[in-house]
Design a binder for this molecule. Structure first.
Ligand code: GSH
Length: 291
């Protein structure tokens, strides 16, 4: 009897040891694949955009990365993407390197590049429009964005596990451990922000009110403030594209497709105008980590 018990304990410990070893090997392999390639020296005059890589659904799963790439294209700023998952000094993406200077956070980057390239994507807006655009951008990035995080990392983690640029190509069982850790970390972020203290229905209703407001301001216009795009158009695109194409089953995407069709049309307008190579980029850069 005692011998059988010892055998069972031994078998369980052996299985746990094998699992831990497997996780360690997988983690080492993933981190080796993530190491930036040696010959990536930033070119003078070209912005190096450190951002998330595409997945098969969308050019970027991060609204702020997609906004920044759209801003670069809108303003014809030469850039190249670095998809190596290196985070900024602030621990996030996107960030850039430009002629030896590193700048973190999409909005500080926009301010920096506006100065460097002597441009203002909002120059055609009135003082009042600029104030409205600023307020809407902050609403989308500091409020609506968190409903996306809630959906992706709390409500539908299984989908995120299969489509995230990193988790989606990380082998099982490491995939499960990493997605659980990401979910735990982001739940804490959501709680700290405050939105994570609301019920599921309340969180989706927050998204609905924000998206409806943007849709009402857009109305029948081609771009949010008229016939010419501004920075806010890039921010709207960044978030709406991720809702529509990366989490198409989310309540936010369903709402946009069924009731806020002008936001969907706006999304296609920006994609067609600035990303004629969208599919090509996705094809070229997805699964760069594939095993
Ligand atoms: N305010 C930042 C937000 C950037 C941001 O939230 N990036 C996310 C990806 S969407 C990130 O890097 N998260 C990593 C983390 O929170 O540790 C900006 O506009 O650049």
């Amino acid at each position: 009897m005692a011998f059988e018990l010892y055998s069972v304990i031994f078998a369980v410990l052996f299985a746990c040891g094998c699992l831990v070893l497997l996780l360690v090997v997988q983690a080492v392999l993933v981190s080796m694949r993530l190491k930036p390639k040696k010959n990536q020296s930033p070119r003078h005059g070209k912005v190096v955009l450190h951002q998330m890589p595409p997945n098969s659904r969308v050019l970027n799963v991060s609204p702020s990365c997609l906004k920044l790439e759209t801003y670069l294209r809108m303003n014809k700023i030469p850039y190249e993407s670095d998809y190596s998952f290196r985070m900024s000094s602030k621990g996030k993406v996107p960030w850039i390197e430009y002629n030896g200077t590193s700048v973190a956070d999409s909005n500080f980057i926009v301010r920096f590049l506006n100065e460097e390239f002597q441009l203002d994507p909002d120059a055609h807006l009135s003082v009042e429009e600029k104030a409205i655009a600023h307020t809407m951008l902050v609403t989308l990035e500091e409020n609506t964005y968190w409903t996306l995080i809630y959906h992706s990392f709390v409500a539908d983690l299984a989908d995120t596990r299969s489509m995230s640029p990193l988790l989606g190509v990380t082998p099982i069982p490491l995939n499960y451990v990493m997605s659980w850790l990401a979910s735990h970390y982001l739940r804490q972020n959501l709680w700290g922000h405050g939105i994570g203290r609301h019920s599921r229905e309340e969180i989706y209703s927050i998204a609905e009110r924000d998206l409806r407001a943007v849709s009402q301001v857009l109305g029948t216009k081609r771009f949010i403030m008229g016939s010419k795009p501004c920075l806010l158009d890039a921010a709207i695109f960044g978030l709406v594209a991720v809702f529509l194409w990366n989490v198409p089953h989310s309540p936010q995407a369903k709402l946009i497709r069924s009731q806020l069709k002008n936001l969907e049309a706006h999304c296609y307008t920006i994609k067609e105008e600035y990303f004629p190579d969208w599919d090509e980029l996705i094809l070229k850069n997805t699964n760069s980590l594939d095993y």
